[in-house]
Design a protein around this ligand. Structure first.
Ligand code: NAP
Ligand code: G4F
Length: 351
């Protein structure tokens, strides 16, 4: 029998734990034996629906998920949590993450999505924590793209207050890495989706509508720019890349992407197909319509969903992540659409 004390579980702190990625990452880390601390902001009602599979599993096993209240706009809560938890790994996923909303709340977005990151980094530095730090960077940094596909060396040209706030976070993460020899990295993640995606992002808006229209509970889906192209992957695959980045020998920034791009219109067609409502498209621009199998208009363009400046095309090249980390996506575009539509159909059937 060994006289050595049992090896203590590694501790991870996840900001934004109540969000799409936070919930998948918390599950992954618990599976890997981490003690996970999730930071969530206070709200008048508890907001942990996405964590319910994990909380349910926890009841039967040792508790490995701890939730604590903190806010990226509040230095004192960040410092208190870091000092109490003393994590080995920190995943900064918290953000005002909606691009359209960032045009309506630019200052708030700058504070939480931009300055929130330096609040985290400076607290880690002042407390002299030897923690590794992951920053949730984004393909929105490329904005008006200068090169296709986009890699770690493609210049940035953000197109929204959200993109600008994330550009600050990207740079300040690099600055702390270079200034204080911190293990601090940026994951430049392209769009990733799942049944847990927020309901106002375009993919989930489409899959919920396809399910509701097929069930006779909604008449029409109104969308903005159908031409926009995105490199869409599955969130469950992408959180694995976050973890791999913090296990690497050297702190490096990585693009995480599938290497495929699809238009919003294509996503819509596949989703409505899966719901049993194949669409044909008629007209163009604001007059474009998606017509259902009985000739009824099921999809319309509504300019209220256009953005003041659009990101037209994103497609990432994740060669560095494949070579250094052995990461590649597992879920295909079509599988992703199907699993989101199937989930939304089953939600409707359950109520
Ligand atoms: P999400 O579902 O919108 O989750 C955002 C999380 O941030 C939520 O838990 C939210 O809490 C929390 N949050 C918001 N304001 C906060 C504040 N002031 N203090 C502390 N927490 C706050 O976003 P996601 O899709 O999981 O994305 C995770 C991160 O990756 C974000 O930083 C996002 O910008 C970035 N990212 C996402 C993608 C993507 O395609 N999903 C791609 C690249 C980068 P509430 O639940 O209380 O709202
Ligand atoms: O789903 P979206 O709102 O995602 P967007 O703007 O690409 O941002 C997401 O991905 C980023 C990574 O590149 C993340 F950093 C960010 O946090 C977020 O998770 O919109 C996708 C595209 C846009 O071009 C938008 O104009 O869909 C277009 N679109 C068309 N109709 C719509 C709609 N977007 C939304 N949200 N709603 C519509 O009705």
């Amino acid at each position: 029998m060994s006289l050595l004390p049992p090896r203590l579980a590694r501790k991870a702190l996840v900001t934004g734990v109540t969000g799409q990625d936070g919930s998948y990452l918390a599950e992954l880390l618990v599976q890997k034996g981490y003690e996970v601390w999730g930071m969530m902001r206070r709200s008048s009602l508890r907001n942990t629906q996405r964590l319910s599979p994990l909380e349910y599993a926890m009841r039967r096993e040792d508790t490995r998920l701890h939730l604590c209240h903190g806010d990226l706009s509040d230095t004192s809560s960040i410092r208190r949590i870091l000092d109490e938890v003393r994590p080995d790994e920190i995943y900064n996923l918290g953000a005002q993450s909606h691009v359209h909303v960032s045009f309506e709340m630019p200052e708030y977005t700058a504070d939480v999505t931009g300055v929130g990151t330096v609040r985290m980094l400076e607290a880690i530095h002042q407390l002299q924590l030897p923690a590794k730090f992951y920053q949730a960077s984004t393909s929105e940094l490329y904005g008006k793209v200068r090169e296709t596909p986009q890699t770690e060396t493609t210049p940035f040209h953000p197109r929204s207050p959200y993109g600008a706030a994330k550009a600050y976070s990207f740079e300040i993460t690099r600055v702390y890495r270079e200034s204080y020899a911190m293990f601090a990295v940026n994951g430049i993640l392209f769009n990733h989706e799942s049944p847990r995606r927020g309901e106002t992002f375009v993919t989930r808006k489409i899959t919920r509508a396809a399910a509701a229209i097929a069930a006779g509970r909604q008449r029409v889906l109104k969308l903005g720019n159908l031409e926009a192209r995105r490199d869409w992957g599955f969130a469950g695959d992408f959180v694995e890349a976050m973890w791999l980045m913090l296990q690497a020998q050297e702190p490096r920034d990585y693009v995480i992407a599938t290497g495929e791009t699809h238009a919003v219109r294509e996503f819509c067609s596949l989703a409505f197909d899966r719901a049993g409502l194949p669409l044909s498209w008629q007209g163009s621009g604001v007059n474009e319509r998606g017509i259902g199998p009985s000739g009824e208009v099921l999809v319309e363009v509504d300019p209220q969903f256009f953005r003041p400046a659009e990101v037209d095309l994103l497609i990432g090249d994740a060669t560095r992540a494949r070579n250094d980390l052995g990461w590649k996506p597992k879920v295909t575009f079509e599988q992703l659409v199907n699993l989101m539509v199937d989930h939304d159909i089953s939600l409707l059937e359950a109520c």
